[in-house]
Design a protein around this ligand. Sequence first.
Ligand code: NI
Length: 395
Amino acid sequence: MSPFKERAKEMADQTISLRRTLHQNPELGFKEFKTSNLVSEFLEEYGVKVRRGLAVTGLVAEIEGQSGEANGMLRFDMDALPIHEETGLEFASKTSGVMHACGHDGHMAAGVSVARMLQEQHASLPGNVKCIFQPAEEGDGGAKKMIEEGVLKNPKPDFILGFHLWNEKPTGTICIKSGPLMAAGDTFEIRVSGKGGHGGLPQQTIDPIVCAAQIVTALQTIVSRNLSPFDQAVLSLGSIHGGTTFNVIPDEVKVKGTLRTFDKLIREKMLERMKEIIQGTATAMGCRGELTVSEIAPAVINDARIAQRVKAAVAGKYPELMIDESYQTSVSEDFGYYLEDVPGCYLLIGSGNAAKGKIYSHHHPRFDFDEDVLSLAAGILADCCIALLRESPID
Ligand code: NI
């Protein structure tokens, strides 16, 4: 039996209460000022040393162990989304148009409990642990900024762990996968420029709408015709804009979309083909086609050795859980940036519960998760962290 599992259960009410306070007061990326104040107040109350102001609102909670040279890192994210909450919960968001619709409120609450438990046990910790609370996970580059500002230095951690509450999986399930778990995400904009004019006189124009339509269709052939059936990629277009009225051909059309891949070479191949299709189709139709790409996050690729040890720790201490070792998702997560520098493992902990009505997916205005998972997650993170500290350096 794990002492952390028991301790996390004892603290469950406090963890849930902090989650609800955070849920009521959501803040968007790099604006998590009240959030980060509240989290640090709690950490300090529990005797944890906190460094503030990294990447604007980021926090580093430092727990110094008494023995060993090993250094572990645990990461929790803090930002909410620009979504108007429709859950009707008694602790629903008090800020109109902003909502913790991804569960990061739960991540922070569990993170505070993990730091608290590790601090309570610091005299026997086989190494040091930094719990980092990161701003702006939702596509605004929070992880990148934390790394640029040195979170992975002095000392460089031996490993990093993180988790996401995951409503796509039921409570009682945990996904621990070696290798690619979550996709690299890119956003892109296609600009098709032609020559506008009267809708009744198309011969005097170069119509970017017809050209954009051809490009939209041709892009669908990359995954189906240029990739091997054993490779994976998603290319989705989410916005197309051009023109203002029925009888005017516009000068320009803009198309926006996202690309998801699990492998760097596949990503390059996709981008190369996109460029060829956009430019080639535009040229053939007398237009100009440009592609602008910006990276949201690299793929989350778990280190096989660490994933193996995490699995052993979870299987040993939480035998009641169903471990899924094959689940993969094309959602992206900026934890991938840390994994480019430090070996680690990102876990998806099932938090969907139909019996409790927790059936909505992440980023839905009615999203909510099974709160009983918070103490479970806290126990798992603490246990896995200790197991890895004991075995560091990991080879
Ligand atoms: Ni999230």
